[in-house]
Design a protein around this ligand. Structure first.
Ligand code: HEM
Length: 463
């Protein structure tokens, strides 16, 4: 362990002391919204942001208030216009974006794919995908430069296709990842028009590349749906579950369009986020050799040279703490928006209809009232006996309440299995010329990827 004063403090967003002046605020919101959040968001329970255009905007960081919004009085708060503006062009009204009964039956249809007993069988597929990347890195050799952000996307994309979609049947991973990035940089990114409340159709008109990317995603998944509809069922994967599901209210099955939109949701929500959790974990470990050594020692003692299984994942508690702490400092989803669907209250405070509520996860995870030394990388804060992981409205990389991430257990298993597999055999050094700047584009990605150098490759006698 290191002395507390020698712990690594990664570069962080420097919040403006006060609300930015109007024009600077508009441009910052369009460039990287998180850089416009003033210091008050990191120190106060509530912050009403000036919003000369459109509805009022309220930042909420107090755990008890968040519980009201996401759980106790969830019916007063919808996902709202921000969500729909950025996600609907690609995802339609699938599980992430739908509301009410339409959401509920889609969630129930997919739930069996995420049961713990189903999950346990998937872990070997997860470690195998990481081993495939290790083989590429071995072929590249010590000294090779790699973009860890891109390579983590490759691993998690392989995993989501292999575990949920029976291999994805012809989906071109490289091309699809490229199109997802284009979407996130265009239609998935706030524009001045979004901030001024201009109609989404105008944004589409101004972003032909974004529209083409959304169309590409739709057409590849549509083709997969058509192949699955005409082939035999019975594989028991997520596609089968969704095809067989019946809406309990109407008795109808999902249309091709609903099936397509849900599959795009699972592909999108189910790989980029975990890739980011892994990218930030590897970055933090590259800067903190003492913690990296603890992870390696744990992996070695739990797994020896064997491929990583579910039983190992359940025992790799320090490796899991590293992932949890990486998602505290760099949450893949940096903020959760909601919108008041009627005049309502939060902890007794009046909140008018249409108010946009922003739960700024990045700032909540570094809030001065909630955390000791909030900017320091310290996986020991997640020691299981301290119970922090269970404080759902305080630490919430996966959201909370009724709409909590359905893939939480899947993602944590995956991140631990992949991180352990990689850390056992490789040492990566971050390229010091690369400046760390988290950029919010629906998810929070490192600007310029994560360039690293393969500094050492450790051997393992393969079982
Ligand atoms: C580290 C990885 C992940 C992070 C940080 C993450 C984060 C989140 C968050 C914050 C939400 C809540 C959104 C809201 O309340 O508005 C969410 C929802 C969701 N996530 Fe994840 N997620 C991750 C992995 C996954 C995986 C692996 C899958 C699927 C395989 C997945 C599928 C979904 C779906 C379908 C929803 C919508 C759930 C609903 O509305 O009922 N996510 N995720």
């Amino acid at each position: 362990m290191h002395p507390k004063d020698a712990m690594f403090k990664p570069p962080a967003i420097q919040p403006p002391e006060k609300t930015l002046p109007l024009f600077k605020r508009l441009f910052t919101l369009a460039d990287n919204p998180i850089e416009a959040w003033p210091r008050a968001v990191y120190e106060e329970d509530f912050y009403w942001a000036p919003s000369p255009y459109g509805p009022k905007l309220l930042f909420v960081t107090k755990p008890e208030a968040i519980r009201e919004i996401l759980l106790d009085r969830g019916e007063d708060f919808s996902k709202g216009s921000i969500f729909l503006r950025f996600l609907k062009p690609a995802l339609g009204e699938a599980m992430l974006t739908a509301e009410g009964a339409h959401w509920r039956w889609q969630r129930q249809a997919a739930a069996p794919a995420f049961r713990p007993d189903t999950m346990a069988k998937l872990t070997p597929i997860m470690s195998a995908a990481a081993e495939k990347m290790l083989a590429r890195w071995r072929a590249a050799g010590v000294g090779a430069q790699v973009d860890v952000a891109q390579d983590m996307v490759r691993i998690t994309f392989d995993i989501i296709l292999d575990t949920m979609l029976s291999g994805g049947e012809g989906i071109d991973i490289e091309e699809t990842s490229r199109e997802i990035s284009i979407y996130l940089e265009t239609l998935g990114r706030p524009s001045i028009g979004d901030i001024l409340g201009l109609p989404p159709s105008l944004k589409k008109l101004m972003s032909p590349r974004g529209v083409r990317a959304a169309n590409y995603l739709r057409s590849v998944v549509q083709q997969m749906v058509a192949r699955r509809r005409s082939g035999p069922s019975g594989r028991g994967d997520l596609v089968d579950l969704l095809m067989q599901a019946k809406d309990p209210e109407t008795g109808r099955a999902m249309s091709d369009m609903e099936l397509r939109d849900n599959l795009i949701t699972f592909i999108g929500a189910g790989h980029e986020t975990t890739a980011l959790a892994l990218t930030w974990s590897l970055y933090l470990l590259s800067q903190d050799s003492v913690t990296a050594q603890r992870v390696r020692a744990e992996v070695q003692s739990v797994t020896g040279d064997a491929s990583i299984t579910q039983a190992h994942v359940e025992t790799l508690s320090f490796t899991r703490q590293v992932v949890l702490e990486a998602m505290r400092l760099f949450p893949p989803v940096a903020a959760l928006p909601r919108q008041a669907s009627r005049d309502t209250t939060i902890l007794g405070m009046p909140v008018p209809k249409n108010t946009i509520i922003l739960m700024p996860i990045y700032a909540m995870h570094r809030h001065s009232k909630q955390w000791d030394r909030p900017d320091v990388f310290d996986p020991d804060r997640f020691a299981p006996d301290l119970g922090l992981e269970r404080q759902r409205y305080h630490y919430m990389p996966f959201g909370a309440g009724h709409r909590i991430c359905i893939g939480l257990g899947f993602a944590l298993n995956e991140a631990v299995a992949v991180l352990a597999t990689l850390m056992r055999e490789v040492q990566l050094d971050h390229n010091p010329a690369h400046k760390i700047r988290p950029l919010v584009r629906i998810t929070m990605r490192p600007e310029g990827g994560m360039p690293m150098r393969i500094a050492a490759l450790m051997s393992r006698s393969v079982d």
